[in-house]
Design a protein around this ligand. Structure first.
Ligand SMILES: [Cu+2]
Length: 149
């Protein structure tokens, strides 16, 4: 191997190592929300999230709701109970599923009903293992029924 070629390779590796630690990336898939019924003031949104490194969703907001919270849902003596979580942990390279009957985002105080075909914007503040804060916008599509798996 020539000297030049070795140098070029080392430069590439150096760049790779530096960029790998620059950001924690979070990807999401299939964001959807269930259309609300008349008079319903709160709605639920679902999606799958996966972070490249351990990260935490610390803050959620939507221009279409007064507040957005992370809720867990558990069954207690046959009754489903929702509980507000202060944060949503995203373990490294693990798919976190927000789905009916489990973890979900609760849109509190909807400014208008969510109708099938609408898009609801949710902004997430995510803090990575490096303590860097990033915001991510998720366009949630409102549906009449859950998407097929
Ligand atoms: Cu809830």
């Amino acid at each position: 191997m020539s000297f030049l070629r070795t140098t070029a390779m080392l430069l590439c590796l150096g760049f790779f190592a530096a960029s790998a630690h620059a950001y924690t990336t979070v990807s999401f898939s299939r964001p959807w929300a269930l259309a609300t019924k008349p008079g319903q003031k709160n709605g639920a949104a679902y999606m799958e999230l996966e972070a490249s490194e351990a990260a935490v969703v610390t803050k959620l907001e939507s221009p279409q709701a007064k507040a957005v919270e992370v809720h867990s849902m558990t069954e207690d003596k046959g009754v489903m109970k929702m509980r507000k979580l202060d944060r949503l942990d995203l373990p490294a390279r693990t798919s976190v599923k927000l789905q009916p009957g489990g973890l979900h985002l609760m849109l509190i105080g909807l400014k208008k009903p969510m109708k099938a075909g609408d898009t609801v914007v949710v902004k997430m503040t995510i803090v990575g293992a490096d303590k860097k804060e990033t915001t991510m916008q998720v366009d949630v599509s409102v549906r009449e029924t859950a998407p097929a798996n």
